[in-house]
Design a protein. Structure first.
Length: 237
């Protein structure tokens, strides 16, 4: 597990993103303040923490499971890696199903049922670094999960803003200097991102994930056709 106490970028390996080598049992007790009902047997889940700082990056595998959140602990961006998950909001009864390869934000305070598909379920999640440490938020029945659907339109736009800010960056050769004020995770969707300091450089292509931690100083260079989903910790939210 890496930490943002380092001031260089952290590559998240393709093997970790694919869920290989996940062997640490998920402590369901961590969710006890946030789960009030389980439909069926308790889920059997395993995970690997890929990064923990202002952001938490986690790869999870679980059996089919259904749990009820009276107050989802924090904003969480989830990429479905295997199977599907159905999120049913209590106040409306609307069920939203997200399949392999799709992104969703589950907002802080969401109230509803989380149901993983039969068989093996896998996800890559990005959340606040203290996702399980803060006190339970007040449930907000007006909230619903949000599908995150990156476009190919040139430019930058905000897809979600809360304790996490989720943006899409569709840029062409937009080089910049970096003096990083907060942890930022980048999922490259197209083109190539290159990060540089005075002593090293590394490139990231489509499908790869990198974390730029708070305190990093260097340069960011992108190729023509660069597209990315960028997740940033919002310290004042």
């Amino acid at each position: 597990m890496n930490s943002s106490s380092n001031t260089t970028w952290e590559r998240i390996s393709a093997e970790a993103l694919a869920g290989h080598g996940i062997t640490t049992p998920y402590n369901i007790d961590d969710l006890t303040p946030f789960i009030d009902k389980i439909d069926g047997p308790p889920p059997r889940a395993f995970h690997t923490v890929l990064f923990r700082g202002q952001l938490l990056l986690d790869a999870v595998k679980s059996s089919s499971a259904a749990v009820h959140f009276p107050n989802h602990p924090g904003d969480e961006l989830v990429l479905i890696k295997a199977g599907s998950v159905t999120l049913t909001t209590d106040s409306t009864g609307i069920a939203q199903t997200f399949h392999t390869g799709e992104w969703a934000v589950i907002p802080k305070g969401w109230v509803g049922w989380w149901r993983a598909s039969p068989g093996e379920y896998g996800e890559f999640a990005i959340a606040h670094g203290k996702f399980f440490d803060d006190s339970a938020p007040k449930g907000n029945k007006d909230l619903a999960p949000i599908a995150i659907v990156p476009s190919k339109t040139e430019g930058m736009r905000t897809l979600y803003s809360g304790t996490l800010v989720v943006e899409e960056h569709n840029l062409s050769k937009a080089d910049r200097s970096i003096d990083q004020g907060a942890d930022e995770a980048i999922q490259v969707l197209g083109g190539v991102l290159t990060l540089k300091t005075s002593i090293k450089a590394e490139s990231f292509k489509a499908g790869e994930v990198v974390v730029i931690p708070k305190g990093f100083k260097g340069q960011s260079l992108v190729s023509a056709g660069y597209r990315a989903l960028v997740v940033r910790f919002a310290p004042h939210t």
